[in-house]
Design a protein around this ligand. Sequence first.
Ligand code: ZN
Length: 236
Amino acid sequence: MTESVHSEAHGGGLGARLNWLRAAVLGANDGIVSTAGLVVGVAGATHERAALLTAGLAGLLAGSMSMAAGEYVSVSTQRDSEKAALAQEKRELRERPEAELEELTELLEQRGLSRNVAREAAVQLTERDALRAHARVELGIDPDQLTNPWHAAWASFVAFTVGALLPLLAVVLPPEAWRLGVTVVSVLAALVLTGWSSARLGAAEPSRAVLRNVAGGALAMGITYAAGTLLGAAGV
Ligand SMILES: [Zn+2]
C-alpha cells in the first residue's frame, strides 16, 4: 500500500519502471515453468542427454519467440491506438480550441481545482503545450514516452530466455542420477524468488504468491513427468 502511494507521488516514471520490472520477472517465471515442465517430461521418457538438450533448447527458443511476438503485437496495437488518439486530439485543438480549453478546464475542476484556478491552469497549460496537456490530463498518455514495441518484444525475449536457461542447464549439466533432483530443487527455489519479487513489486503480500507460484510449478513438473514416464514405459 505504501509503495503504490509512493510511486504515484513521484509521477508515472517510477510506476512505469516497476511495471517493466514486474513484467520481466513474470516473463522469467514463464520461461522457468514451461521449460521445466518440458525437460522433466522428456526426462521421464528418456535418459539421453541429447534428447533433453534438444527439447529444452527448442522449448526455450519457441517460448521466447512466441512471447516476443505476442508482446510486439500487443504493444504495437496499443501504440497505434495512442497515436490515433493523439492525432484526433491535435485535430480538435486546431478546429475548436475554445471547446478544448473548456474541456481541459472541466477535467482539472474534476481533479479538485476551483473553477477559476482550473481555468487559469488550463490557459497556462494550453499556452505552453496544448497537445501535451490534453494527452496527459484527458488521455493519460505521455506523448514522449510511448512504449516502443521492439523494446517490449526484446525485453520479453530476454526475460523468458533467462528463466528457461535455469531448468535447461539444471537437467543437462549434472550426472544422470542427480538430474531430476537438481532440476526440481533449483526450479522450485527459483519460483520462490520470482513469486516473492513479483508480489513485492506489485505491493502484494508475498507468502501466498510464493505458495501459488511454487505449487503451479510443482504441478506442471509432476504432470509432465507422469506423462513422460507413461510414454517412456509404453516404448513410444
Ligand atoms: Zn481535448
